[in-house]
Design a protein around this ligand. Structure first.
Ligand code: ADP
Length: 473
């Protein structure tokens, strides 16, 4: 296919005249282009025809010919209006109708089938077919043949249709009609070819683009598959690793406790006891970290299974609060419970609910000095909500969403005051969403934070296996 930028530029200029609704599909777009091109050519040829017509020597005939031709041209241009309003059918048939009226008049006055303009009726089926479609083309073909047959039958039957032209004029008009018709036929066919070529170029470009897009999509899908496989392999590796690490670590914790007891019994080893307590504290920190990593990777790999049972959430919250009383005292915090006691039992994995609450209450006390930590329980027939509110240091608004990301801490400096791994809330959010609920936080720096865990009263096993798309690390 030859690349013709000038032609395409020209076509795209004409295209600017086509209304948007006709530009949407390639067939009507092309027909509209052709309609405009043909209208332009008809106008040019028709205007050129005015020159020989103005040379007609009989004044009456000259006037009739000029009025007929220019009237037809002007009325024909109304076809552009129909096209701009989006009707190709109306545009094509209107143009053909006007030309038909003009040609039939010229044939009638010019001696019937002998008339120079009789040949012009052949243009109509072509015009209508190109602009308005095959059916209109066939209809105008029928009308043209029927008209010329009608003239022939009438004339053969003896009807006299006087030729009002003198012989010179007849020759001149026959020349004009033949030349005009030939020019228009040539123009219509070559213009039709040109738009077809342009359409093919566009279709080729679109299919190349489509093929490229399909290739890209395949590549992306392949990469996504690889990433999912890598993520699953990573999760499986971490789960195994964490499990393997916990066993010796538990031994270290157990033995360090034994050694402390032993040294205390022997007496006089306070320095050693302090050191071993540090070992024990670091071991506990590491164990917490490993447990969180294990939970996260299990959730990521959809390997964490929940074991729902019926339990009383108020009782669970009271138990958790009791665990934290010593820590609250150490931070000079008041730990209060506000529990709706008529809530009854819920159906969930109690261990996991406890884990979430322990995390939230632990954080609340950790980040509150000389303040209040309140654990509230509310519910309705469908949901229950656990609120953990504190009057502690609060969280800056720009960090509030990030605290649920793994290893994220508001104060990440090496000299930070608060211990922690930055994994607790990441695990909490994933656990709560696995249980079919949501966790929310509201906070204000210096005034405190409020975490809300909202869960359905009954955990129902999801129909499809839960899989998280984001990676924990
Ligand atoms: P960490 O083990 O560090 O506490 P978390 O994931 O539990 O990890 O919490 C992430 C971070 O969110 C904390 O380091 C802290 O900066 C912030 N945060 C969590 N809870 C509170 C709270 N109640 N008050 C203030 N900051 C909090």
């Amino acid at each position: 296919m030859t690349d013709r930028p000038t032609l395409r530029r020209w076509l795209s200029w004409i295209e600017g005249l086509i209304p948007a609704q006709l530009r949407r599909d390639p067939v009507t777009r092309r027909r509209s282009l052709l309609a405009l091109g043909i209208l332009g050519a008809n106008t040019l040829v028709g205007t050129a025809l005015l020159v020989p017509l103005s040379l007609i020597r009989q004044p009456d005939l000259r006037t009739i010919a000029l009025v007929n031709t220019s009237g037809c041209l002007l009325l024909m241009l109304l076809g552009v209006l129909f096209l701009r309003r989006g009707s190709l059918w109306l545009a094509g048939n209107w143009i053909c109708g006007i030309l038909y009226a003009g040609f039939v008049y010229a044939i009638f006055r010019g001696g019937g089938v002998r008339a120079p303009f009789a040949i012009c009726l052949a243009l109509l089926p072509m015009l209508a077919g190109i602009i308005s479609g095959r059916r209109s083309g066939l209809a105008w073909g029928f009308i043209s043949v029927a008209t010329i047959t009608g003239f022939y039958v009438a004339q053969a039957g003896g009807v006299e249709l006087p030729d009002i032209n003198d012989p010179d004029t007849t020759v001149m008009l026959a020349f004009g009609a033949l030349a005009g018709t030939s020019i228009l036929v040539t123009w219509m066919t070559s213009f039709s070819e040109a738009t077809k070529e342009a359409a093919i170029v566009q279709i080729e470009a679109a299919s190349t683009q489509l093929a490229a897009a399909i290739q890209e999509e395949e590549k992306a899908r392949h990469a996504a598959d690889q990433a999912i496989a890598a993520n699953a392999a990573k999760s499986a590796f971490l789960a195994t690793m964490s499990h393997e690490l916990r066993t010796p670590l538990n031994a270290i914790l157990g033995y360090s406790e034994l050694v402390v007891d032993e040294l205390r019994d022997r007496g006089g080893h306070d320095d050693l006891i302090d050191d071993i307590r540090k070992v024990h504290a670091s071991g506990r920190h590491l164990l917490g970290l490993i447990t969180d990593v294990l939970d996260l990777t299990r959730i990521e790999a959809s390997r964490l299974e929940l074991s729902p049972t019926d339990f009383d959430p108020a009782k669970l919250l009271r138990e958790v609060a009791e665990i934290f009383i010593p820590l609250a005292l150490r931070n000079n915090d008041v730990l209060t419970l506000d529990l709706a006691d008529d809530l009854g039992e819920v159906h969930h994995d109690a261990t996991r609910v406890r884990q979430v609450v322990i995390n939230l209450v632990g954080n609340a006390i950790k980040f509150t000095r000389d303040g209040t930590v309140t654990v509230r329980l509310r519910g309705d027939p469908d949901l229950f909500e656990i609120f953990v509110e504190d009057t502690g240091i609060g969280i800056p608004i720009d960090k509030i969403e990030r605290i649920f990301e793994p290893f994220t801490q508001v104060d990440a400096s090496s000299t930070r005051r608060y211990e922690g791994t930055g994994l607790g809330l990441a695990v909490c959010r994933r656990l709560v969403s696995l249980m079919g609920g949501a966790i929310e936080v509201r906070s204000s720096v210096g005034r405190g934070s409020s975490f809300t865990v909202r869960l359905p009263r009954r955990y129902t096993i999801p129909e499809r296996p839960v899989s998280t798309t984001t990676s924990a690390f």
